[in-house]
Design a protein around this ligand. Structure first.
Ligand code: TMP
Length: 216
């Protein structure tokens, strides 16, 4: 998809910077270019943390829920990061028993995940978007004195479900997953509402680079 990396870089930079303002420790240091970020190196915890506010996607299939049903409260789920196994859903018991993370690390992760959800739900509400669900990844950041759990990876429409508040139009990767078309326009709309839409010039440069890459 032309220009998706540029859009995701901008969106993720914006979200991580906003999260830092409420004291969430993250790996983000700064953007280096249109598609590159300088981040702190972490030892990634091999667990995808999914937070859900409204039923959509796999929870609908698993529990027979109708898409769009508000959940009684935010639900946190875990998936073991293993492509060969198809990232199976796991419980906290598996995570701690197999040593992927320790109990106290899970306490921190859950606490951070719920704070991030509260903050981002408000942030997206402010720009007319429902934060349906999203995925987070955490890692251990080692300094000479201590080890800290920090937020890693990215937060972009690739790993979130974002629905327009009024129309429920999907502004996320489901446009691609469900063959709806208009992916780039949807990602651009999210960036535009955040006030971080790259200028036409930057998008032109990114598209030119994409064309070169495809040819070469
Ligand atoms: P799901 O409904 O398919 O389980 O997805 C829940 C949320 O997590 C959705 O916003 C997409 C995101 N997600 C990822 O970012 N990567 C993944 O590998 C999976 C399975 C989900």
């Amino acid at each position: 998809m032309q220009g998706k990396g540029v859009l995701n870089n901008r969106i993720s930079e914006y979200v991580f910077t906003q999260l830092a303002t409420i004291g969430i420790p993250t790996h983000f240091v700064r953007s280096l270019s249109m598609r590159e970020q300088l981040v702190r190196a972490v030892e990634i915890i091999p667990v995808e943390v999914v937070i859900r506010n409204i039923a959509a996607g796999s929870i609908c299939k698993r529990l027979g829920l109708e898409e769009g049903t508000p959940l009684p409260r935010a639900i946190v789920e875990y998936y073991y990061k293993d492509d060969a196994l198809g990232d199976p859903m796991v419980g906290e018991e598996h995570i701690t028993a197999f040593g992927w993370a320790q109990d106290f690390e899970m306490d921190e992760i859950i606490h951070m995940a719920l704070r991030i959800n509260d903050f981002l739900s408000g942030l997206f509400t402010g720009i007319g978007i429902k934060l349906v669900d999203f995925k987070l990844e955490f890692g251990r950041f080692y300094t000479e004195e201590h080890v800290q759990i920090i937020l890693a990876d990215e937060i972009s429409p690739d790993g979130c479900r974002l629905w327009d508040m009024k129309t429920n139009e999907k502004l996320d990767k489901d446009r691609f997953r469900r063959d709806l078309g208009g992916e780039i326009e949807a990602y651009q709309e999210v960036a535009r509402r955040m006030g971080v839409l790259p200028s036409a010039d930057i998008r032109d440069i990114a598209e030119g680079e994409n064309r070169k890459k495809r040819k070469g």
